[in-house]
Design a protein around this ligand. Structure first.
Ligand SMILES: [Zn+2]
Length: 51
């Protein structure tokens, strides 16, 4: 799955994505940029929703 990387300033494939929850109880997918290893987040989604 892809997420926008602020460091690369491009959409990048997310490495090691995992489902977590924010403090507000919202779903969030956390992973790292496959290119620069910066943390990437997709707020409001689960891995299942992303297919
Ligand atoms: Zn990156």
């Amino acid at each position: 799955m892809q997420a926008y990387c602020v460091k690369c300033r491009e959409k990048r494939d997310m490495s090691s994505p995992r489902d977590e929850q924010t403090k507000n109880g919202k779903p969030i997918i956390k992973g790292t940029c496959g290119v620069c290893n910066t943390g990437l987040n997709i707020i409001g989604k689960t891995i299942a929703q992303m297919g």
